[in-house]
Each structure stands twice: as structure tokens, then as C-alpha cells.
Design a protein around this ligand. Sequence first.
Ligand code: SF4
Length: 342
Amino acid sequence: MFDTENFQQQVISWQQSHGRNQLPWQQSTGELADAAYRVLVSELMLQQTQVATVIPYFQRWLEAFPDINTLASADEDEVMRLWQGLGYYARARNLHKAAKYLAELPEFPASLAELLQVPGVGRYTAGAIMSFAFDQYGPIVDGNVRRLYCRYFAIAGVPHSTALEKQLWQKAHQLTPTSQSRRFSQGLLDLGATVCKARQPLCEQCPLAADCQALLQNRVSDFPNAKAKKAVPSKAGSFLWISQGDAILLQKRPSPGIWGALWCLPQVADDSPLLAGAKLHGEFSHQFTHYKLNAQIWQISAEQYDVNLRQAAPEIWAKPTELAMLGLPAPLKIYLGAKLQP
Ligand code: SF4
């Protein structure tokens, strides 16, 4: 019979001696609301993003928005500017929405059910806040935990399928302790990130090696099952370069949507009459999760733009010195940086 307590103890002891305990979001003022806010911000930043990349963003964020109320009352442009470069901008909008929701509450929600009501908070983030901020029962399954459980229990299944996710979350609910949940959950993440790594796991250093089913069966590389590779499609995108003196016209992207709420060159349909006779100004490519964008930038005059179809989105004339203050998509920022250099 599986010894749950032994498993918990192995993870907890290993975390104590080998885990990561100095991450900036682990250092709070000691107030529960502060700890919960730090975990909320860091967990949203860490989705799809490495710890090392997140650390400077997290530090800048906490300087600008030290608590829920500051973030809730912040201007959307400022929020998007500070997120600029981290990608997956829906996370920034969700975090802003979550702060507005939380600022209306008398205190930070402290149960899984209440946390799941917060906009943008799914069961992983809810479990992470319960564990890391409150040190209470908070089951988590993320990429690191998924890989570790799949190997340790030799669980096969189509990656991210409902059946596999259900099985993994059941494990998480069964294995998460009601005390020392913080150390246990952190231990799982740390083990997944530093020992049970996606490539070349360090099984000889793993505290779980004695009972790891994948290792015992000599099938570590079989788990988790590989994703079926899909060809990533490409899409074209036509953008307008319209300048006046040294200022460039930027338009706010609709939200939600790709680059939602960020400032961008106006985008038009690839067969827009505006492009007839327009001069190609330049090109850039950007890889999104589901497709590759091949952007072409077409130069037209402000007069041409005025007499033709103009969208209702907010627009500004931005000078090169003002660009740093605006939230821009990362590839556009690079493009503008190269083109607007004196
Ligand atoms: S023994 Fe190896 S495969 Fe098994 S959990 Fe540890 S690092 Fe992962």
C-alpha cells in the first residue's frame, strides 16, 4: 500500500535542505494579504515563463504596485508597460482585473472555493496561494508537478487530456498534506525544476528514487508521454507606418485579443485599399503559441489614412522619447527601436 506520509516527508525534508527559499515572492512583510498578493503576482508571471526571467519583472512590479490597492487603481497603460516583454498579455489584464475584484473585498479570500471566484485564478493558482501564502492545504499541478507525478507513478496518457489531468489532480488532492503544505508544494516545484527535469533528470540525486516507478522500470524517458507534434501555421499581418515629423501613429489594440490593450502600429486587412501603392517599410516575425506572425509594415501618409477607413480605437502620435513609457508588443518595440534610431 502506498505510504502517503512517507512521500510527503521525503519531499518536505528535501525541500528544507535543497529547495529554493530565497525567491523574491517568498519574502513578504509577514502580513497574510502581502504574502497572498506576492504569490498571486508571481504565479501569474510564472505561467509559461522561467523563474530567472520573472525575477526582475516581479521586483519592478512590486516597486510600482506594492499592494492590491495600488494595482487596482493603476492605469491600464502603466500595467501593460510593466508587463511588456513577458508575453501572454492576457495574464497582465487578468491580474489587473483580479486586483480590482480583491480591492472590493474586506480581506484576501483564504479558501480554495473563494479564491476560485477571483478573475483569472484557476485551481493551480488557488492551490498555490493556499500553500505558499497561507501554508494551508493547497493542491497544485503545474508542468513540473505533472512531469514528476507521471514519472513517479508511471502514469501514461495523452498530455493535457481531461483523463490525464483528472488523474493528476486526484493524486495532488490525495498527496498534499494539511500541515507543512507550503514546504511540500515548494518541494514538488523545486524537485521538478532542478532534479526531475524535462531533459536528463538527476535520478541519482532524487529523494524519491527508491520508489519511482519510471526509474524502477527503466522507462524514465517514456514519461510523461510526448505531445503529438503539430505543424505551426503562419499568418500574415499588415501594419501601417504613418509618421508626422518625428512622431509615429500608434493605436491601442482591442482587448481581449492578441497584444490586447498594448499600443501598436494600426493593423489593416491584408487586402485593404490603403495598401494599394503603399511602400514596404519593413518586416518582422513573431512566434505565438499557435501560429507564427509574419508582419509587413507599409508606409502611407497621414492624409491617406485620414481619408480612408479609420478604426474607432484610441490613437496617439508617439515621439521616439515617449516610446519607453508605453506598453508595446516586444517585437514591435525592437522594430521601432531599429527604425527610429537617429
Ligand atoms: S527518480 Fe528520476 S524520474 Fe523518478 S521522480 Fe526522481 S528524478 Fe524523476
